[in-house]
Design a protein around this ligand. Structure first.
Ligand code: KIV
Ligand code: NA
Length: 264
């Protein structure tokens, strides 16, 4: 068993091979996604929402992220694990960014880090990649800036397309091995994908990116309620789990569980 390498994902683009990425935040899901053949797992700062119950991604800390990164790394042998640098852990500049990235590699044991931003974080990407740490960038809608961007909105419509394209080009030039394109028009994502030498990873960016990512609880229907338009639900785990818990509760209340079979 050998880990997928960042450079192999770049080479896959040259061969026209598309690849899937999912988030993972704990050992069982990580192991299942490895079994399913997912080559890249992202321990996303979306853990703030999907694990810790915050309204935004802003509150999650480096230490909280590192606990989740370690769990996902320990549970897997094959996928490349990307650790997402949380809000506040890299914005001050290249020195802070490199210090945080080194913690993710040493204490988290992941194989690459991700951060949000384009031209404004090019210096950070240069510093981190200069230390031998692969960086996945993230442009378009960047949730850590949602208070400035005005909520979850498509980025790069009309004339703003040039801004997203310039950001994607800047992160590639700074040494990123891949770039997430979140909530950008499909046509803009295609232009970026055709122009860049590194793989693009779409989420709400249409069908023409090199890779696709979803938050796993969205992909598997564990999260209930209205999902964003770019989500496809491949299962209904919320219903399955709710039925199991309801059945357990009924069994306990009606003395159907445990039985002699479950008893020492
Ligand atoms: O944190 C996250 O889940 C992400 C992906 C949606 C790209 O950044
Ligand atoms: Na993220």
């Amino acid at each position: 068993h050998r880990r997928v390498r960042a450079r192999e994902l770049v080479a896959a683009k040259d061969r026209g091979e598309r690849w899937p990425m999912l988030t993972a935040y704990d050992q069982y899901t990580a192991a299942i996604f490895e079994q399913a053949g997912i080559p890249v797992l992202l321990v996303g700062d979306s853990a703030a929402n999907n694990v810790f119950g915050h309204e935004t991604t802003l509150p999650v800390t480096v230490d909280e992220m590192l606990s989740l990164v370690r769990a996902v790394v320990r549970a897997t042998t094959r996928p490349l694990i990307v650790g997402d640098l949380p809000f506040g852990s890299y914005e001050e500049g290249p020195t802070q960014a490199l210090r945080t990235a080194v913690r993710f590699m040493k204490e988290g044991g992941c194989h690459a880090v991700k951060l949000e931003g384009g031209r404004n974080v090019a210096d950070q990407i240069r510093a981190i990649t200069g230390a031998g740490i692969p960086v996945m960038a993230h442009v378009g809608f960047t949730p850590q800036r949602e208070h400035t961007l005005g909520g979850y909105r498509v980025q790069g419509r009309g004339e703003a397309a040039e801004d997203v394209i310039a950001d994607a080009e800047a992160v590639a030039a700074a040494g990123a091995f891949a770039v997430v394109l979140e909530m950008v028009p499909g046509e803009v994502a295609k232009r970026i994908t055709d122009a860049l030498p590194i793989p693009t990873v779409g989420i709400g960016a249409g069908p023409d990116t090199d890779a696709q990512v979803l938050v796993w609880q969205d992909m598997a229907g564990l999260r209930t309620g209205k999902a964003p338009r770019f989500v496809k639900r491949y299962a209904d785990l919320a219903t399955v789990l709710s039925a199991a818990a309801t059945h357990f509760a009924t069994d306990v209340r009606t003395a159907q569980f445990p039985t002699p079979d479950h008893t020492f």
